[in-house]
Design a protein. Structure first.
Length: 141
């Protein structure tokens, strides 16, 4: 008889689209990845915390609709790779990466520097999910 694959460990939480909700997203992510075995002071855990903070802040700032929150999802793909997803109800407002001198869009420059990859997926009927993967140690220039 074939054996079924074990599902990847996951964490999902709905949060209010407020500054407090964004801070809570970061705190919950730090706690969850520590439970999954990533030391809180490791480069991977610190990178994941910053990526969650930036994506959650963007969901609050640019993806907010009155009465609607955002969703944080974490999936441990491998022991050394984490997928972060932040879903908000504003599919009409896609992320834009701006130059370092531009005051808007700098968070995604940080996400791009810390994550192994990131992107945007539609979340029907009208939302979007911004995802990023953190895992391998990044090599500096």
């Amino acid at each position: 008889m074939p054996q079924s694959a074990t599902p990847a460990p996951q964490f999902t939480q709905l949060l209010s689209a407020t500054r407090r909700g964004a801070r809570l997203a970061r705190l919950l992510a730090v706690e969850q990845i520590a439970q999954w075995g990533w030391p809180p002071d490791s480069e991977r855990a610190e990178a994941a915390a910053v990526v969650v903070a930036e994506l959650a802040a963007n969901a609050v700032r640019h993806g907010r609709l009155p009465g609607r929150g955002f969703r944080l999802s974490l999936v441990l793909l491998l022991a050394s790779r984490l997928r972060i997803e932040v879903t908000d109800p504003r599919g009409d407002r896609l992320p834009v990466v701006s130059g370092v001198a531009d005051e808007r869009g700098r968070g995604l420059v940080i996400v791009d520097a810390l994550a192994d990859g990131w992107g945007v997926l539609p979340y029907p009927p009208s939302g979007k999910t911004v995802w990023a993967e953190v895992g391998s140690a990044r090599q500096g220039p």
